[in-house]
Ligand binder design. Structure first.
Ligand code: MEV
Length: 328
């Protein structure tokens, strides 16, 4: 038996635009997905998954078939969870050369699915790490990040950046621009999360941005403007000027909203945070629903969010210095 964990993340800047080669700055946070892997010699894959948004389900299917199990949760949640695990195991078979190996995989996650906190990247990183080690192969962190990226790329029909997976594998704050991925220094950030209890469909939201970007020159300019915000933001992050950082996060949210990836509840939480005196606030991740990230060293934003209609949960998040953890 092997057990690995990997952290979720928030985007300080740059989601969506990063898919088009602009830079992005995600930060790993101390919410983790833990994946246990046990080898099976019959080639089957059995997955048991539990997280904040799933009561828990178990599916079992043979080899690499497309069989979908009959379970009592929405098809899209099962497909989301299974699609990533299925492809992660493909990457494990490929990198180890053990084409016919199967696994019992148990996933336990603190990260809500599809809520912008990097649940799929964390599950994929931890699953590849645990399953390869179960076969006696320990991947370098860069190779692990690359295999996790390929997993997301396959599942998201070729529309994925390296940002989520690199951040989850390495931990800390990172800067990703195309295939240039690096760790960067970040000051202690007073991160507050607001969660509307919902989820967005990353594939659809990414496709929506692609469509408006192709249709309107000004939407393409908006994507480039996000890149400009990120380039300014990374200097400000290095200086540790939280007030200016917040202002740029506000800009970033406005541009994402113009691209059509915000929602009423995300906007309501962003405004509640700003009104409460946060340095700044923005949606994080693909959008459509899920989470916002705000910067506030006081308790005001958390209090305001807890009274905001549409906000289901609010909490502080610590930067996760460590990415993948090899626990057993
Ligand atoms: C999703 O967490 C982040 C997006 O930028 C997609 C990606 O980078 O793969 C929307």
């Amino acid at each position: 038996m092997t057990l690995s964990s990997a952290p979720g993340k928030v985007y300080l800047f740059g989601e969506h635009a990063v898919v088009y080669g602009e830079p992005a700055v995600p930060c790993a946070i101390e919410l983790r997905a833990r994946v246990e892997a046990n080898r099976r010699d019959d080639g089957k894959l059995r997955v048991h998954a539990e997280d904040l948004t799933l009561d828990g389900f178990t599916v079992e299917y043979g080899g690499r078939t497309d069989e979908r199990p009959d379970v009592d949760v929405s098809e899209s949640l099962v497909s989301a969870a299974m699609g990533y695990v299925d492809e992660a195991i493909e990457q494990v078979r490929d990198v180890t050369g053990e084409d016919d190996v199967g696994f019992d995989v148990t996933i336990e996650s603190d990260i809500p699915l599809g809520a912008g906190l990097g649940s799929s990247a964390a599950v994929v990183v931890a699953a590849i790490d645990a399953a390869t080690r179960e076969l006696g192969v320990t991947l370098e962190v860069d190779e692990l990040a690359e295999r996790a990226y390929r997993t997301e790329y396959e599942v998201q029909d070729g529309q994925a950046s390296r940002a989520d997976t690199f951040c989850s594998a390495t931990g800390g704050a990172v800067r990703v621009e195309g295939d240039d991925c690096r760790s960067i220094d970040a000051p202690d950030l007073p991160i507050v999360i607001g969660f509307d209890g919902g989820a967005g469909d990353t594939g659809k939201l990414v496709a929506g941005v692609r469509d408006v970007r192709e249709e309107y020159g000004f939407a393409a300019d908006t994507v480039e403007a996000i890149g400009d915000v990120v380039r300014t933001g990374e200097d400000v992050l290095a200086e540790g000027d939280l007030e200016e950082l917040g202002r740029l996060m506000d800009f970033n949210h406005g541009l994402l909203s113009a691209l059509g990836v915000s929602s009423r509840s995300l906007d309501a939480m962003v405004w509640a945070a700003r009104d409460a005196g946060a340095y700044g606030a923005k949606l994080t991740g693909a959008g459509g629903g899920g989470c916002i990230v705000a910067l506030d060293p006081t308790s005001e934003t958390e209090t305001a969010l807890s009274f905001t209609p549409g906000c289901e949960d609010t909490f502080r998040a610590e930067l996760a210095e460590e990415g993948v953890k090899r626990l057993a």
